[in-house]
Design a binder for this molecule. Structure first.
Ligand code: SAH
Length: 282
């Protein structure tokens, strides 16, 4: 098996990431970097957080899953009211000033920039036709990608409410034949090996307690020649003389973890190492 991946990183802990399976297998990697800024959407997550009091991060994966599911069951309606289809950050030009109404367009731009960065072809013959949306929220990416590529898309989420709402929206938008959603764990996906020519994970990786298992599952369900795009939150890479983040950084991250049901963070380099260990190709 071989793969391709690219990574962006920003001054903020954000990591769009693309990896591609190719056939025959030959691994290599590349790391273009780019600067993003992300703003006001954080407010939506903080507002959502107030719906349910923050819980402690737990090493017990099951408790974490239940917490994540409850968190999204309770907050997704509020997020949809504010942000519409998408529960991820927007893509903004550095130092740009945007009005409230521009944020939804910036979310779409994030999707488009991720596809562009991953080198997804505009040639209809080469576009993805079978897509999995891992950590799908209410299915905004799935519907967008299904429409854009005329693809079939399956989304998974831990939240029953999100899966139900995503299916309702797909039906209302005439996409029920192409797009479907179910409750399932990204770490144990209900799909056979090698099913999808685009594996899409938009801001869900930060919830995964076992990054190696997460990445392995993404790889497992990717078809030979398929592409994996991971956009996720990461902490900064450690310096050569550092063994861990600074105490003040850990304290800050812990607050974010407690608010959003996130396990311990990793860096972009950690993801890169993981993917390199799987013999990936650029
Ligand atoms: N990708 C969506 C939603 C991002 S919010 C969007 O861009 O709009 C994070 C999503 O990850 C939620 O839907 C949550 O249920 C999902 N998630 C978190 N941990 C998961 C897991 N272990 N398995 C499946 N989905 C998970």
């Amino acid at each position: 098996m071989a793969s391709v991946f690219h990574a962006y990183h920003s001054p903020l802990p954000y990591f769009p990431y693309k990896w591609q399976r190719s056939h025959p297998p030959r691994p290599s990697v590349s790391f273009p970097s780019s600067s993003f800024s992300r703003r006001c959407q954080s407010d939506a997550r903080f507002m959502a957080t107030r719906v349910k009091a923050a819980a402690s991060t737990t090493p017990d994966g099951r408790a974490l899953q239940v917490g994540i599911a409850e968190f999204y069951d309770k907050s997704s309606g509020l997020w949809e009211d504010i942000w519409g289809d998408h529960m991820h950050h927007g893509f903004y030009d550095p130092d740009s000033n945007v009005s409230g109404t521009d944020h939804r367009a910036a979310q779409i731009r994030m999707i488009e920039e991720s596809l562009r960065f991953a080198g997804i072809s505009e040639d209809p013959a080469k576009q993805p036709k079978r897509i999995v949306d891992v950590g799908c929220g209410i299915g905004g990416s799935s519907r967008y990608l299904a429409r854009k590529y005329g693809a079939e898309c399956q989304g998974i989420t831990l939240s029953q409410v999100q899966a139900g709402r995503a299916n309702v929206l797909a039906k209302a938008e005439g996409l029920a034949d192409n797009v479907s959603f179910q409750v399932a764990d990204a770490l144990n996906q209900p799909f056979p090996d090698g099913q999808f020519d685009l594996v899409w994970s938009m801001e869900s990786g930060e919830h995964m307690p076992e990054k190696a298992k997460f990445v392995n599952e993404l790889v497992r369900v990717a078809a030979p020649g398929g592409t994996i795009i991971i956009v996720t939150w990461c902490h900064r890479d450690l310096g050569p003389s550092e063994e861990s983040l600074q105490p003040w950084e850990k304290k800050l991250l812990n607050r974010i973890c407690n608010a959003y049901y996130l396990p311990e963070w990793c860096s972009t380099s950690d993801y890169v190492k993981l993917l390199q260990s799987l013999s990936l190709q650029d």
